[in-house]
Design a protein around this ligand. Structure first.
Ligand code: SF4
Ligand code: SF4
Length: 485
């Protein structure tokens, strides 16, 4: 007589398998890319995908383990899996708990450059009309300190903000007194072409831990054609400024951004080399945006999303090869996308957020006192479109700005989680909503995604990144390092 009951009598009855929410897309090579709601991607063969959707899987087989680990399936009545997903989603969207951490002061719209792609529609004269006054700055600072975020970044923009440096100094000094009283930790950034940088400004930046962010489009001939100024020496001044800032403030206290023009397209490697030579740790291969003179001068029409993607892929390939040969260097946008894919950290980058980052991610205080939901929103206003004006420093409170009907409607209408096309897109969990771009290009904050340059670029970048992660182990090691850094 057996002393023990059969093994199956000790097994708990398994409840039926159920699918969890996921999105999928058939790839060019006949496989299926499947993503869960927290940004994990798995590649399945057609046969595996068929078995997954028909629930023809069982514990012990490879597909079951893969689907379970990727939160694509659960067991009826099992709550742990759902709780885990909910916790991860909450963490990914934690940016909503600390809204409006970024505040941009447009201290002047004047600029001594005349870049044909200038997206802010700079002005060349009339200090009284295009410079922010001290009174407007004070009122704007009071609004900044009402926002709930404990860590606040104040960025000075233009035009060329150094043309109104005395006002920057006053704002920083006032913020350093009033910020701690309001329980805020403050960071400061000046976004400048650096042509007007001098020792006094650098000393002030050092004393107040101010970061500098500048523009560098590539080698001298390319940069100077893109960024004309009297004397034709924008490149020389930018490079000199970067070096001086690195010496005085530290290598990591100055960053540069490039803008892709038609002239840049065949020169990805040279542009990247320029950044390497200057000891910059990475580059953001940034496309033109549809605002200001970039539209008026038809710069925007000179290349399309596919041509930019070719440029991006060529640049990324070059950067990955540099890393393989021992030179660490990062493509920053790729790193941001990877962080969405490989971690549950809330993103600070407003273009990769849904709900959109307008207002909730950043507020912009214009030189004339108007408050905008985003930097691009104020660029549109210079083109005569006031859609993204939320109020005026004269009478606004932080609460009146972020709870305005206008902002709520724009943010609510553009959620990628439920927007047409996006809600079923395999990349949704790592993408974002950009209502300003879509309003500017399609006169509709939601946008018709199959016709959207934003969507084409987002898809192209994410497809490229996932392809490299899945097909190239050496590149995957480098990319994973960028994503979790
Ligand atoms: S892009 Fe910048 S540097 Fe060039 S004109 Fe516009 S504000 Fe000035
Ligand atoms: S914008 Fe395009 S890539 Fe992004 S979620 Fe929507 S459809 Fe997908």
């Amino acid at each position: 007589m057996a002393r023990f009951s059969p093994a199956q009598e000790f097994q708990s009855a398994l409840s039926p398998i159920q699918l969890l929410p996921f999105r999928f897309e058939r790839t060019a090579v006949g496989r299926y890319l499947v993503s869960n709601i927290v940004g994990e991607f798995v590649s399945l063969s057609g046969e595996e995908f068929g078995r997954l959707v028909q629930l023809q899987l069982a514990p012990g087989d490879e597909l079951y383990d893969k689907a379970y680990a990727s939160h694509l399936i659960t067991r009826a009545g099992q709550t742990a899996q759902l709780q885990l997903l909910a916790m991860r989603l909450r963490s990914r969207m934690a940016f909503l708990r600390e809204p409006s951490a970024l505040h941009l002061f447009v201290v002047t719209l004047r600029c001594e450059h005349s870049c044909p792609y200038c997206q802010v529609s700079r002005q060349s004269s009339d200090r009284s009309r295009f410079d922010m006054s001290e009174e407007i700055a004070q009122r704007a600072l009071a609004l900044v300190l009402q926002s709930p975020a404990p860590l606040i970044k104040i960025e000075f923009q233009g035009g060329e903000p150094l043309l109104n440096f005395p006002l920057i100094a006053k704002i920083v000094e006032a913020a350093n007194i009033e910020g701690p009283r309001a329980g805020k930790e403050l960071q400061f950034v000046i976004a400048s072409n650096l042509a007007l940088l001098n020792d006094d400004i650098l000393a002030f930046c050092k004393a107040n831990s101010i970061l500098l962010s500048t523009s560098l489009d590539g080698p001298a001939d390319l940069h100077n054609k893109n960024r004309p100024r009297p004397g034709g020496n924008s490149y020389e001044l930018a490079v000199k400024g970067i070096k001086r800032a690195q010496d005085v403030l530290g290598k990591d206290r100055v960053g540069a951004l490039m803008t892709t023009t038609e002239r840049s397209l065949g020169r990805a490697e040279e542009i990247i080399d320029e950044y390497l030579t200057l000891g910059l740790g990475g580059i953001f291969l940034r496309p033109l945006s549809p605002y200001g003179f970039a539209v008026k001068s038809k710069q925007l029409q000179k290349y399309d999303a596919n041509e930019w993607l070719d440029f991006y892929r060529r640049g990324l390939r070059y950067i990955l090869d540099l890393n393989r040969s021992g030179t660490p260097f990062v493509e920053f946008y790729t790193a941001l996308v990877l962080a969405r894919m490989l971690t549950d950290r809330p993103t600070g980058y407003v273009d990769l957020r849904s709900p959109a980052g307008i207002g909730l991610g950043a507020l912009v205080y214009n030189y004339d006192g108007r408050v905008f939901a985003s930097d691009e929103g104020r660029m549109l206003a210079e083109m005569g479109d006031d859609t993204f004006v939320l109020g005026n420093v004269a009478d606004a409170t932080y609460r009146s700005l972020v709870t305005s009907d206008k902002l709520i409607e724009l943010v609510g209408a553009s959620l990628s989680q439920c927007a047409p096309e996006c809600h079923g897109c395999v990349y949704e969990s790592c993408c974002g909503a950009d209502p300003v771009y879509h309003h500017a290009t399609q006169h509709d904050a939601v946008g018709i995604k199959p016709l959207s340059g934003f969507c084409a670029r987002q898809k192209g970048v994410m497809e490229t990144v996932i392809d490299l992660l899945h097909s190239s182990p050496e590149d995957a090691v480098i990319l994973r390092r960028w994503g979790v850094a």
